[in-house]
Design a binder for this molecule. Sequence first.
Ligand SMILES: Cc1cc2nc3c(=O)[nH]c(=O)nc-3n(C[C@H](O)[C@H](O)[C@H](O)COP(=O)(O)OP(=O)(O)OC[C@H]3O[C@@H](n4cnc5c(N)ncnc54)[C@H](O)[C@@H]3O)c2cc1C
Length: 377
Amino acid sequence: MYFPLTPEQDMIRMMVEQFARREVAPGAAQRDREAKFPEELIGKLAGLGLCGMMVPAAYGGSEVGAVAYVLAVMEIARACASTAVTMSVTNLTSEPLARFGSEEQKQRLLKPLAGGEVLGAFALTEPGAGSNLAEIQCQARRRGSRYRLNGTKIFITNGGYAGLFFVLARTGESGGRGLSAFMVEKGAPGLKIGRSLSKMGLRASNTVELLFEDCEVPEENRIGKEGDGGRVVAEALASGRIGIAAQATGMIRACQEEAVKYANERRQFHKPLSAHQAIQWMIADIATGREAAELLTLSAAALKDREQPFTKEASMAKLFASETLNRSAYQALQIHGGYGYTSEFPIERIYRDARVTTIYEGTSEVQRMLIARETLK
Ligand SMILES: Cc1cc2nc3c(=O)[nH]c(=O)nc-3n(C[C@H](O)[C@H](O)[C@H](O)COP(=O)(O)OP(=O)(O)OC[C@H]3O[C@@H](n4cnc5c(N)ncnc54)[C@H](O)[C@@H]3O)c2cc1C
């Protein structure tokens, strides 16, 4: 693949690759088995500046940009998808603050988040509002200089460990225009962490329900004006989708590596699997998908770094990389035969972890809606 990287971007990629190989990959299978959150890795990720990669240094970030960010997510995801999504969501939480936060909010809330002192969570989804966020019911009622939040959020990544929650809630009329964005701090009265969800994959990542019961949030924690929530979220999600595209792309690489290794080692019909043409074709498809996913993802990130429109490209990268990953995981497991169906080989975990990438941060159907809307303009 040819994609020009600056010396700094290349150095970050190499640094994260080494870190992932040394620190992230070795415990991945055990964390998955025990559904154990990678808490011990968070401080190390923060130490390497991987928690606020697109945030200016003045606000605690490492300010290396979106291309460096996706390169880092790819390397972490190649080693452990659960750790990658934990890192990606905390980066996502800083986006609305960096883009729409006041100077005071950036100093008070963004700095600790981007510096990795606290973990971020991004709370949109509700039991009755998934793909259509305009159906959000969580209410934020104003009382003087404070808001009272009431409602339930579900599927919130990092929720049990986060120090800061981005929350979308209703302050006005029904539909997307009545939504406002808030930053809710851990320990806010009335914020309760609900049950933790048991998942088929990404078992080491933390996914919880959040309950808001007369949760008090000061006006100073509202991001943007009342009613701006939909716009704030749309911009953050476009950026988030580049992160999920990067996660999926790193995992395609893992599929390729596992498939190649196994196909070269295992012999059937008196020769290695890799000498059979049917196996070679599957490996060729995985390798081609990986290159295409990398290019789409890096290209969307480069547009963001140049401050050019990137929403459609982010959706394309997310759609393509996540669908390609699921096909690649299927093929890589097929190459492993029955052994791929056991937890003795990493491909079994990768296959389960892959499934969610076509679902969260907008399903494939939602990405197609967004791409079609832009293309038909
Ligand atoms: C592991 C995990 C982590 C997550 N982390 C977070 C998080 O941190 N924060 C957060 O806010 N959310 C999170 N989510 C929630 C995720 O973003 C939602 O699950 C997703 O947006 C889909 O919503 P839903 O599950 O309610 O499905 P629904 O919206 O009910 O959709 C069900 C199906 O119908 C399809 N569909 C819906 N509408 C249409 C349409 N108009 N046309 C065609 N098809 C349609 C969908 O594509 C999907 O296939 C997470 C989910 C998971 C599984």
